[in-house]
Design a protein around this ligand. Structure first.
Ligand SMILES: [Zn+2]
Length: 518
């Protein structure tokens, strides 16, 4: 199995080398222009266009339209245009580099995953024990597992009104339910959770998770989960604090059991208020006290909010509100929700450019991450990076753009991948071809996370199992994924150093014990 793979790789290396040389040499040699010259010019266009965008938004209080944006990103020197043949050559070169990196990773790995990646029990044992300390892409309300949901429903005893759920969670625009679900909900008696029998309770509990059938879902079916959660868990305002704190603490306790000691939560708290920002600090202290976990927050804007000018105003408010005290727990901004029809340039410029300018002026330390390249316009990752995002949530569609991939490599923009999420929401058809490993092998600091782990019935150990059993990821690459989660976090330097030291220590012990027990 392994020797065949290596043999196939060697043939591919040779074939790619021939293809690369025949494509590259004549095209560049004569003109004295290399592929790297063209890529560098394209990246210079990124930076130059970014400056124009910053000026447009922050100085002129204007808007950059798509037509002008794409024109500005084009090469200004005709000799340095990225032609189709150049794009192909760049892709070929990257594929070659991926193969070289994979072989190097295999040689450097102290544990040989190839020896047991087809053995589910061994993979499970490996992933349960694999050291990891940080997780960076977590939506609190998506974390609740069945145990948490049952306990909350028992405590809150909400009124279950099927017709209301249909009305709110099946609006046909942002949210949808399947026809059989609508029928089942319509047939439910309107009564409190405690009045249902065991089977009825089970039906209500399942409403908090993506259905097991069909296997994958539209983003609107996924979004319905959040509406249902709000409808059933937020009926009694006096219990809001209970729901919030139990959500965070139950997640943190599970995460600690999986070895994690640092988490970054993406939380929607619009519009930003002093009280909401203070709450981040309170939650951070509570989580630390109860579980030992260090938690930080990123303030999430919602890309589907209309008009877009609302987000623009809130971004300014957020920068003005955030003081050094709040920056202790609030580390950055994010942009989330359905990416279809809500492209990054149009939806993010009014948020990200003011925050980037404030950061440059030393007025804030808020960093930027963005959900991009999950669905919708494949140019979103490129535009997110140009707008100053230091880290990308998902980033899958970056695979379409080798020039933007080069930019991510060279500027070390982190990508946080959530494998189960991407498959369930039809971002990536199968795990085997998920680009996280290609990105990692090209030197992009990739890490793994769980996104909405409760709703997707996953956790960080399961993401590891998915990676190991479906791809040829090597042990040294699993180590890199764990390290990148620390390096790409928005934690302060002291926390990062502490986490890296812990991770190094755990890796040493893990490798020693794994060698002994196999
Ligand atoms: Zn997410």
């Amino acid at each position: 199995m392994i020797s065949t793979a290596i043999g196939a790789a060697a043939v591919l290396v040779a074939a790619v080398a021939v293809a690369a040389s025949s494509v590259v040499s004549p095209a560049y040699g004569a003109a004295g222009v290399t592929l790297d010259d063209r890529v560098a010019h394209a990246h210079w266009r990124y930076r130059d266009s970014g400056k124009v965008l910053s000026n447009r938004v922050n100085v002129q209080d204007g808007v950059m339209m798509r037509g002008e944006w794409e024109r500005r990103l084009k090469a200004t020197n005709p000799r340095l245009v990225m032609r189709k043949v150049d794009v192909v050559a760049l892709k070929v070169r990257q594929t070659l580099q991926v193969i070289v990196a994979r072989n190097k990773a295999r040689r450097q790995s102290r544990i040989k995953l190839d020896a047991f990646r087809r053995n589910a029990a061994k993979v499970k044992a490996f992933c349960a024990a694999m050291p990891r300390v940080a997780i960076l892409h977590v939506h609190p309300s998506g974390t609740r597992d069945l145990k948490t949901i049952k306990e909350m429903l028992t405590e809150l005893n909400p009124l279950v009104n099927g017709s209301l759920i249909i009305e709110e969670a099946n609006d046909g625009v942002l949210t949808t339910l399947y026809p059989n679900e609508v029928t089942a909900l319509a047939a439910l008696p309107v009564q409190r959770y405690s009045k249902f029998g065991a089977a009825g309770k089970r039906v209500i509990e399942e409403l908090f998770f993506l259905p097991r059938k069909p296997e994958t879902h539209s983003f609107t079916r996924f979004e319905a989960l959040f509406t249902i959660g709000d409808l059933l868990l937020e009926q009694d305002e006096s219990k809001d604090v209970y729901v919030e704190e139990k959500t965070f603490l139950d997640f943190a306790k599970r995460a600690v059991r999986l070895g994690l000691s640092y988490v970054e939560f993406t939380k929607v708290e619009i519009p930003p208020t002093r009280k909401a920002l203070n709450r981040f600090g309170e939650l951070k202290a509570l989580i630390k006290k109860e579980t030992g976990m260090t938690a930080n927050f990123v303030f999430a804007f919602v890309r589907t909010i209309e008009p877009t000018s609302l987000n623009r105003g809130w971004a300014r408010d957020l920068v003005n509100l955030t003081t050094t005290a709040e920056e202790n727990s609030l580390r950055g901004i994010d942009l989330l929700a359905n990416e279809v029809g809500t492209p990054a340039l149009e939806k993010a410029q009014g948020i990200y450019m003011p925050v980037a300018a404030a950061r440059q002026a030393g007025e804030t330390r808020l960093k930027s991450t963005m959900h991009a390249g999950e669905l919708g316009d494949p140019r979103n990752v490129r535009d997110a990076m140009i707008m100053g995002a230091e880290r990308i949530g998902h980033g899958v569609l970056l695979r379409e753009d080798p020039v933007a991939i080069e930019f991510a490599r060279r500027t070390k923009v982190g990508i946080v991948c959530s494998l189960v999420s991407n498959r369930l929401l039809r971002v990536q058809a199968n795990y085997r071809t998920h680009p996280f490993l290609r990105f990692l092998r090209l030197g992009i600091p990739v890490s793994l996370s769980t996104d909405d782990e409760g709703m997707f019935r996953t956790d960080i150990a399961n993401e590891c199992e998915v990676a190991v059993s479906n791809t040829d990821v090597q042990y040294s690459e699993m180590v890199a994924l764990s390290r990148n989660a620390v390096l790409e976090s928005f934690a302060g330097s002291t926390t990062k150093a502490r986490l890296l030291a812990t991770l190094a220590q755990e890796l040493k012990a893990f490798e020693a014990s794994f060698k002994r027990t196999g």
